[in-house]
Design a protein around this ligand. Structure first.
Ligand SMILES: [Zn+2]
Length: 247
């Protein structure tokens, strides 16, 4: 399994793209969160590693939560899928995998820009753009041939962390979260953990991660740092925009 880190920044970054990844799976690619400007974000990271991937060929999106730095690209991805189906470039809308509380409010967020289209007489709905699939913490999902589990984090709005496995290796993804020992314990099943760090009250401080046992810290790569993050404050390595992780 390989994970292309698309961006490592937070909601306020002037230097990076939003924290997100493109995961190479047995049956395609999984876009893990969808910040703006998503087409450019994918193009820059993919072309750097010779991946021929753009939004039109991505069939699976996993959304951790509805903060804009994780979901603002969905409008454009939805329109791309709509146009691709009109031109015959795509058969079905992309699958959007997320949790019940996100599904409940997803269309509230997208509808003002997407619920009418010139030439379409009926109301346009979420399922005109996305095949929305429910992710549940109790149930392992199979997405693009990978096994995906989720766990709710502690954040301002309903948010999940993820364990993504190909049966051999497992990638842990903290999602946005304040420090929670039970969440790190859950993530520790992974071979490599991408963990967020940022300022309180909704995020995990670097001091909290620095206090973890050595064996766990060695598995952690950092993401979602503020622009003012000091790499010298820790022995865990920050990820970089466009970095390719091989598990
Ligand atoms: Zn957030």
């Amino acid at each position: 399994m390989r994970a292309l880190i698309l961006g490592v920044g937070d909601a306020f970054t002037r230097l990076h793209y939003g924290s997100s990844a493109l995961i190479e799976a047995p049956e395609g690619h999984i876009l893990l969160d969808c910040p703006d400007p998503i087409h450019r974000v994918i193009h820059e990271a993919a072309s750097r590693h010779g991946w021929e991937v753009d939004v039109s060929v991505i069939d699976d999106i996993v959304l951790t939560h509805l903060h804009g730095d994780h979901c603002n690209g969905l409008e454009s991805v939805g329109f791309t899928g709509w146009v691709d189906r009109k031109t015959g470039a795509r058969q079905n809308p992309p699958r959007l995998h997320t949790t019940a509380p996100v599904i409940d409010r997803l269309w509230q967020r997208l509808a003002p820009a997407m619920d009418t289209l010139i030439g379409v007489e009926r109301p346009v709905r979420i399922d005109d753009y996305f095949d929305v699939r429910l992710l549940e913490p109790e149930t392992e999902a199979t997405i693009a041939g990978l096994r995906v589990r989720c766990r709710f984090t502690t954040h301002h709005v309903p948010t999940i962390g993820l364990l993504i496995s190909d049966g051999q290796r497992t990638l842990g993804w903290s999602g946005d979260t304040l420090f929670e020992a039970a969440h790190i314990e859950w993530l520790s099943a992974a071979d490599l953990i991408v963990h967020e760090t940022n300022h309180p009250p909704a995020h995990t401080t670097i001091e909290e991660l620095n206090a973890l046992p050595d064996a766990l810290r060695r598995k952690i790569r950092l993401i979602h740092m503020g622009d003012d993050f000091d790499p010298a404050s820790t022995d865990m390595r920050p990820l970089t925009d466009g970095e390719l992780l091989e598990l």
